[in-house]
Design a protein around this ligand. Structure first.
Ligand SMILES: Cc1cc2nc3c(=O)[nH]c(=O)nc-3n(C[C@H](O)[C@H](O)[C@H](O)COP(=O)(O)OP(=O)(O)OC[C@H]3O[C@@H](n4cnc5c(N)ncnc54)[C@H](O)[C@@H]3O)c2cc1C
Length: 403
């Protein structure tokens, strides 16, 4: 896009990375995305291309074979990819969160073992908090890990794992009550386990007791697999507790989700940009009452509202990423960015859909796919209500009155 969603102050390296990614998206993703999506087909060639570009290791430090880039570079890359096809950004997002959690919280052995393979895209991550009975209320997790000698034995059922089938590493949040007296707050007795597995569905040959039932059928966000995960007495060695000590999983996952929120905001920005591009182009081609519909003021107003939302969401997402990169707490900005970008994305997509008239309802037009994709962003990495709870709490901390 020539004018909208520009980012001031990028380095030459960041600009190079983004122009390479944009080129890749325009040539390798957009032309095939809708066909693959309609067939619910995993984008294997696109994933191989992203491996070659080093995207799987974008934020992994150079000493572990990654590019060592910032959250901002990563978020802008995700924005570009989502502009092409949101499902592809889903493939890298959970991988990125798991790599980030290992980088931030892993033991030295875990970093040395996982990060180089993750940078190469050889190990690909999924992360798992949600269960059939809970999503927003993470403290209610029931899947349990019980210590048995040098292992933990994990039993329970997980839900909604993006990349649950295609990944070979899952970071699973479980309850482990060991060493914590009764009455300890639930989030203080949770542990993240790093479980390696074979990619695929069904009972896992590498991990007795672990099953990934088939893909969940979804209204959109197709191509990328979303699954359940059943753990029935799965043995996990104690050196696969993230960070080595039990009881820290809740904080580790919340840290991961915080960067994940910037990422979901970036996806919302990318999808909204694409919807705007489609709307502004169609509006200049379709004629009614003797002129292009773009010449009717009602349509121009729609375009103006759409572009303003694209711009505002982008700038807020960039602010949230830069805050984290500067080492500051960014939960307020990340919550605001995720909330605003996902709501605006849904609205911009709906306006582009309306501009398309009846054709927007046809599977031949890309906007039909975007219309089914945008709602996922309202839910993933915390719903709008959860973002507003985070934002509200933080505001009351910041603006506490004395006395
Ligand atoms: C396609 C897809 C992919 C996903 N990928 C993953 C993944 O990779 N890993 C993973 O762990 N999870 C994943 N999820 C799960 C996702 O994070 C949850 O669906 C989400 O957090 C919402 O949880 P829930 O579905 O249980 O809804 P619930 O928590 O049951 O919420 C239902 C409704 O109640 C509202 N609500 C809940 N609590 C409150 C409250 N206190 N105040 C006001 N309103 C409230 C919610 O906002 C929502 O509107 C995925 C979900 C989808 C749809």
């Amino acid at each position: 896009m020539a004018r909208l969603a520009q980012t001031e102050g990028l380095t030459d390296i960041q600009q190079d990375i983004l122009s390479t990614v944009r080129d890749f998206v325009d040539k390798e993703i957009i032309p095939v995305a809708t066909g693959l999506e309609h067939r619910d087909e995993y984008p294997t060639e696109i994933v191989e291309g992203m491996k070659e570009l080093g995207i799987f290791g974008l934020m992994i430090p150079e000493e572990y074979g990654g590019l060592g880039e910032s959250l901002l570079t990563y978020a802008l890359t995700v924005e570009e990819i989502a502009r092409g096809w949101m499902s592809v950004s889903g493939i890298i997002n959970t991988h990125f969160i798991v790599a980030y959690m290992i980088k931030q919280h892993g033991t030295q052995e875990q970093k040395d073992y996982f990060l180089p393979k993750m940078a190469a895209g050889e190990i690909r991550g999924a992360f798992s908090m949600s269960e059939p009975g809970l999503g927003s209320d993470v403290s209610a997790i029931r899947t349990k890990g019980v210590r048995d000698g040098d292992d933990y034995v994990v039993t329970g059922q997980k839900m909604w794992l993006t990349n649950g089938g295609s990944s070979n590493l899952v970071a699973v949040l479980c309850r482990t009550d060991e060493g914590h007296p009764e009455g300890t707050a639930p989030h203080k007795s949770m542990t993240t386990f790093l479980i390696e597995k074979e990619p695929g569905f069904g009972e896992n040959p590498q991990v007795p007791g672990l099953t990934v039932p088939g893909k969940i059928e979804k209204m959109g966000y197709k191509g990328v697999d979303t699954t359940e995960l059943v753990l029935d007495g799965v043995r996990v060695p104690k050196d696969r507790v993230l960070g080595g000590d039990s009881g820290r999983g809740f904080y580790q996952m919340m840290d991961g989700v915080e960067v994940g929120r910037v990422n979901v905001a970036a996806r919302g920005c990318g999808v909204a940009q694409r919807a705007f591009e489609l709307g502004v182009s169609y509006a200049q081609q379709r004629q009614t009452f003797g002129k292009p519909i773009a010449q009717h003021q009602a349509i121009q107003f729609k375009l103006a509202e759409m572009a303003t939302k694209v711009e505002a969401a982008h700038q807020m997402m960039v602010t949230a990423a830069r805050k984290k990169d500067s080492g500051q707490r960014n939960d307020l900005e990340a919550g605001m960015a995720k909330y605003l970008a996902s709501e605006y994305c849904k609205e911009v997509v709906e306006d582009a859909f309306r501009i398309h008239g009846g054709y927007g309802f046809s599977k031949e037009y890309e906007i039909e796919r975007l219309y089914r994709e945008a709602p996922m962003l309202l839910i993933g990495e915390g719903t709008a209500e959860i973002q507003k709870m985070i934002i509200g709490r933080r505001l009351l901390e910041e603006y506490r009155i004395s006395g």
